[in-house]
Design a protein around this ligand. Structure first.
Ligand code: FJE
Ligand code: FE
Length: 317
């Protein structure tokens, strides 16, 4: 017993000093993960057309990588005028639009309008109903990511809400060749101000050549990586390098380690969330728990009721 207690204390003490000295965290955290997350599935997100002439690389939400509770879809999109996503509805989930290059203008049926520019994030809770358009704001290809996060049954019919973060308001940390933009959740001791009804982490990492990172992820959350640029080694030093436009579904565990062994930067997003564990019935842009609720959503949309009232006369300009 005495031996056990002193063993525990001598185990905890260095952990405490690790917490105080974040530089130490960087180099020891990989050994610190008691159950590192590994890649369980790797799928290439091929280009397909969506909306009105838009091109998307769908990673989560394609047949080989169906939804990963609470995530329904991740698209890396590119829209050039006149293509775009003209007037369409949503109910029962959230859309997160993160611009990588260029800008997109959105307009909704309640008069909400704005332009999301490179580095900006729009976290839109569609809740009971939104009808909107999302169109390129300039000439040439406007690029970004759109993530769909499911809402639990208690939140599906909430009033619609927007959280809009300009690039300069997004918290960033840079340390030892690792840059992270914290869109949701926490990294390297810094927290995003985005409120996530479904507990979610959304981190945009860039690793310089030779850099490595070790990011804790709550043990029971589902998580995945989408590679944007470069090539990286994910989960374990012995796994094979993975290049851009691949989605990696991760096993459960307490954190993810990544190494950039190449001479180019590696950019990827790490997305994780607490599973909702409820039935999901999706019909295009309506995501509910039962078939009856989907039929209700279609009726409400057609009849401009229960949240779709403003759809009666509204058309985007
Ligand atoms: C959609 C038609 C759509 N991926 N990425 C049908 F137009 C859409 C849709 C989008 C979308 C919008 C942006 Cl800005 C970026 C996207 C799909 O709006 F999801 C379905 N099912
Ligand atoms: Fe939309």
């Amino acid at each position: 017993m005495i031996f056990l207690r002193s063993a525990i204390i001598s185990y905890i003490k260095p952990q405490l000093s690790v917490l105080r000295n974040s530089k130490f965290v960087m180099s020891t955290a990989s050994e610190g993960f008691s159950k590192p997350r590994l890649v369980t599935k790797k799928v290439l997100a091929k280009s397909q057309s969506e909306g009105d002439g838009a091109v998307v690389r769908r990673s989560i939400g394609r047949p080989e990588s169906k939804s990963l509770d609470p995530f329904l879809m991740l698209d890396e999109f590119s829209v050039s005028p006149p293509a775009g996503f003209p007037d369409h509805p949503h109910r029962g989930f959230e859309t997160v639009t993160y611009m990588l290059e260029g800008a997109v203008t959105h307009q909704d049926f309640a008069g909400h309008k704005g332009t999301i520019r490179a580095g900006d994030v729009q976290w839109m809770t569609a809740g009971r109903g939104i009808i909107h358009s999302e169109m390129p704001a300039g000439p040439g290809a406007q690029k970004g990511l759109q993530l769909w996060v499911n809402l639990s049954s208690k939140d599906k019919m909430v009033e619609p809400n927007y959280q809009e973060l300009l690039s300069e308001d997004i918290k960033r940390v840079e340390k030892d060749g690792v840059k992270v933009n914290i869109i949701a959740g926490e990294s390297m001791g810094v927290n995003s101000s985005v409120y996530t009804r479904t507990p979610t982490m959304f981190l945009d990492f860039t690793l310089s050549p030779g850099a490595q990172m070790h990011q804790p992820v709550p043990e029971s959350w589902n998580s995945f990586v989408y590679v944007l640029e470069g090539e990286g080694v994910f989960g374990s030093t012995s796994s094979s390098p993975i290049s851009a436009h691949h989605v990696l579904v991760l096993s459960h565990g307490d954190g993810l380690s990544v190494w950039n062994n190449r001479s180019e930067p590696l950019r990827f997003v790490l997305i994780g969330g607490q599973p909702i564990n409820e039935p999901v019935v999706q019909y295009g842009p309506f995501v509910m728990n039962t078939k009856a609720e989907i039929e209700q959503a279609l009726q409400d949309y057609r009849n401009c009721k229960n949240g779709f009232e403003m759809g009666k006369y509204w058309r985007s300009q």
